[in-house]
Design a protein around this ligand. Structure first.
Ligand code: ADP
Ligand code: MG
Length: 371
């Protein structure tokens, strides 16, 4: 599985209404026909919220909604992007001078993340141009990972145009890293499941090294994903990155409390690994080391024995420089207990009580759009 590449299929466009519509729109936009189509799905996370960027395993599955891109490589070095949704405006740039504007997360920047990630992986500065028409039906900013589906789809488009090969695992790792170009510091779950998902099964996604294991769902199980219609654009706001930073700061304070080399610690999982203790013990250590009131930057500095200047330049990211209060106790408690729930879920579902578990669970999964 680790070396398997993305699936390639021959299809009769005429037999697929969505492809046919895309082909016709492509033709009226660019005056030519697409050479190939690429698809990447969105996802729903069954269990394991906000813990992938702390190093812990998660349990998502792909949804039917996806990004579909019709592509035509061209001889010029121009990258032309269009979208079936008129809200997303046409964009064009030179393929050898990719600029991603973090301050304005316009849709084409997500495409550029995937494009740049593959370009850089192969050390290429001069990539052939292409015409692309994007058609997505994942509700945006609603927690089904439309952004990563677009980044992954663009990465795969670029790989195909270059005629290169990479495994799904390599593609997931590259796209997880390259989505950071938009400014969000996600952990890698969304890109991993977009590439590694398979029909009829959820996946336990583990990191370092990245791997995915089937967690077969009971046949006939139906998932209802309810959309609250509250959108949260992760790159246009700092909520997501603040949460990532709070987890990082909590990891550093816990490491310092336990006399570990806290300077090199970035994730809560590293503290557990270095101490060699259980998640339950990490919860007790959190109770002991952190308080439930939010921490000011000054208090964090006192705990770590560093200056405000050092905190700002060596630890805080651009989007967290001016944050005045950090929830460390709540983040660490959530991460260690949620990581334990993922393991328990895996154990239960792999055990003999699958049906009982599902009927007990019997809940709607609502889309987490408030990050
Ligand atoms: P999500 O939870 O859906 O990943 P994000 O805020 O991370 O939410 O990303 C949403 C952004 O992804 C949108 O603002 C838009 O720029 C981009 N996007 C989503 N769907 C499409 C689409 N169909 N076409 C182009 N861009 C899209
Ligand atoms: Mg996203």
């Amino acid at each position: 599985m680790a070396t398997e590449g993305p699936a390639v299929r021959r299809v009769q466009v005429a037999e697929h209404p969505r492809l046919l519509k895309l082909k016709e729109m492509f033709n009226s936009k660019f005056g030519s026909v697409p050479k190939f189509y690429v698809r990447a799905p969105g996802r729903v996370n069954i269990i394991g919220e906000h813990i992938d960027y702390c190093g812990y395993s998660v349990l998502p599955m792909a949804v039917e909604q996806d990004m579909l891109i019709a592509v035509e490589p061209v001889k010029t070095h121009v990258l032309q992007l269009a979208n079936t949704n008129p809200l997303y405006l046409d964009f064009s740039t030179s393929a050898n001078n990719i600029q991603i504007d973090k301050t304005k997360p316009l849709w084409h920047n997500y495409f550029l993340c995937g494009f740049k990630g593959i370009q850089e992986h192969f050390g290429l500065s001069d990539v052939t141009g292409m015409n692309c028409l994007v058609d997505g039906n994942i509700p945006p900013s609603s927690g089904l990972s439309s952004s990563s589906a677009l980044v992954c789809c663009a990465g795969l488009v670029t790989l195909t145009v270059l005629g290169m090969n990479l495994s799904k695992v390599e593609l997931a790792e590259i796209c997880a890293k390259s989505e950071h170009y938009i400014g969000t510091e996600g952990g890698g779950m969304d890109q991993s499941i977009s590439f590694l998902a398979e029909e009829g099964t959820a996946k336990l996604i583990e990191f370092s090294p990245l791997r995915a294991t089937d967690v077969k769902l009971p046949s006939g199980a139906v998932f209802v994903i309810a959309n609250s219609c509250v959108e949260m654009n992760k790159a246009a706001t700092s909520h997501f990155n603040i949460r990532v930073m709070e987890c990082r700061l909590a990891a550093k304070l816990l490491a310092k409390h336990k006399c570990l080399p806290w300077e090199e610690v970035l994730r809560l999982e590293e503290v557990q690994a270095k101490l060699g203790v259980s998640l339950e013990e990490m919860l007790l250590i959190t109770e002991d080391a952190l308080h439930s009131e939010p921490y000011s930057p000054e208090e964090i500095c006192r705990c770590l024995g560093i200056s405000l200047q050092e905190l700002k330049t060596q630890i805080l990211s651009p989007s967290t420089q001016d944050v005045l209060s950090f929830k460390l106790y709540q983040r660490a408690k959530h991460v260690y207990s949620e990581a334990a729930r993922v393991l328990q879920f895996k154990k239960e579902i792999w055990g003999s009580r699958i049906t009982a578990y599902w009927s007990r669970l019997g809940r709607l999964h609502s889309i987490d759009s408030t990050c």
